[in-house]
Design a protein around this ligand. Structure first.
Ligand code: NDP
Length: 312
């Protein structure tokens, strides 16, 4: 069993930044990195809007920099997954990988969010066999081929433009007749000749072939909601980019969540429904969800944890 003044759960921009501030406040934070060290930025490509990188920078490189800075300031970063928490009394009890117990005076939850899926049965069948939620991870398998990207937000448009460089053709399937992505991303898509936008369309099935253990996607069936027509796009890969789900299951209902599963924090604060437990980054932010806003809330959480301990 280990004790700490501040346990940080999660390692995206929020977690690492919380580590920087908590270290500088002499809280000697321990940070548990989770399943995807570095968080969602590690599966993105070029990031143009993170301050300090005037020429843009790859997501993984930015996260490497923030991690290094966090370690240099004193954050004790450990690999592992928090599998259970007990917030019923202080110090809070957190279990990592079902075995290692940490007793923490304060906890900062910065677990972020994971990809949301369409919920089709065939999507499950072909996940890893042509269905993916990460173009930078899997795009290379589809070099020179035709693929579809589903979604109308920044992620979908970014994935489509990334894939357009590798693939022969990219269908961008969106359920409405306008994108919610930023205007700059939209322009990039409209300027890319091998992206075809399929408007007003919802995927109804991933079409594929199964031969024993061998499975391959051959198409994406879509329904046009305005024209009430059905079509199958002939693609070898389908990239689902329809948003994210906050990672809160491990909390076991001990922290107040909103209807979408985001942690509820007090106005202008990172304080959660449990005194001494703070939340930062995408796990508590259904509105902005930017790396820079996540980093900023990690900073706030560490400052609030420090003030909480001082007031005790
Ligand atoms: P968003 O929530 O912004 O977009 C999700 C998209 O998926 C929407 O277009 C939505 O449609 C569509 N969608 C949702 N559910 C379904 C469904 N069941 N079937 C079909 N389509 C569906 O998520 P993103 O991941 O794109 O972005 C999250 C945040 O991260 C945003 O704030 C974004 O700005 C930010 N981001 C910023 C980047 C950057 O600045 N470089 C890069 C990537 C993300 P509808 O529009 O109809 O609701």
């Amino acid at each position: 069993m280990e004790q700490t003044k501040c346990l940080i759960i999660g390692s995206g921009p929020a977690g690492y930044t919380a580590g920087i501030y908590a270290s500088r406040a002499d809280l000697h934070p321990i940070l548990i990195e989770g399943m995807t060290p570095g968080g969602q930025l590690t599966i993105t490509t070029e990031v143009e809007n993170f301050p300090g990188y005037p020429k843009g920078m790859s997501g993984p490189a930015i996260m490497d920099d923030i991690r290094e800075q966090s370690v240099r300031c004193g954050t004790d970063i450990r690999s592992g997954l928090v599998t259970e928490v007990d917030f019923s009394q202080r110090p809070f009890r957190c279990v990592v990988d079902d075995t290692d117990v940490y007793m923490a005076d304060t906890v900062i939850i910065a677990t972020g969010a994971t990809a949301r899926w369409l919920g089709l049965e065939s999507e499950k069948t072909y996940r890893g066999f042509g269905v993916s939620a990460c173009a930078t991870c899997d795009g290379n398998f589809f070099r020179g081929r035709d693929v579809a990207v589903v979604g109308g937000g920044d992620t979908a448009l970014e994935e489509a433009t990334y894939l357009a460089k590798l693939c022969n053709k990219v269908y961008l399937v969106h359920r409405r007749d306008e994108f919610r992505a930023s205007k700059a991303m939209q322009q990039r898509v409209f300027d890319t000749p091998n992206i075809e936008v399929v408007w007003n369309s919802v995927p109804t099935e991933i079409v594929g072939e199964k031969r024993g253990f061998v499975k391959a996607v051959t198409g994406l069936a879509v329904h046009n909601r305005v024209e009430n027509t059905d079509a199958t796009l002939p693609v070898d890969g389908v990239f689902v980019a329809i948003g994210h789900q906050p990672v809160t299951d491990f909390l076991g209902g001990q922290i107040e969540l909103d209807a979408q599963g985001y942690i509820v924090t007090k106005p202008d604060s990172t304080a959660t429904s449990v005194e001494g437990v703070f939340a930062a980054g995408d796990v508590q932010d259904p509105h902005f969800r930017q790396a820079i806003t996540a980093a900023a809330s990690g900073c706030k959480a560490a400052i609030e944890a420090e003030r909480f301990l001082l007031a005790q």
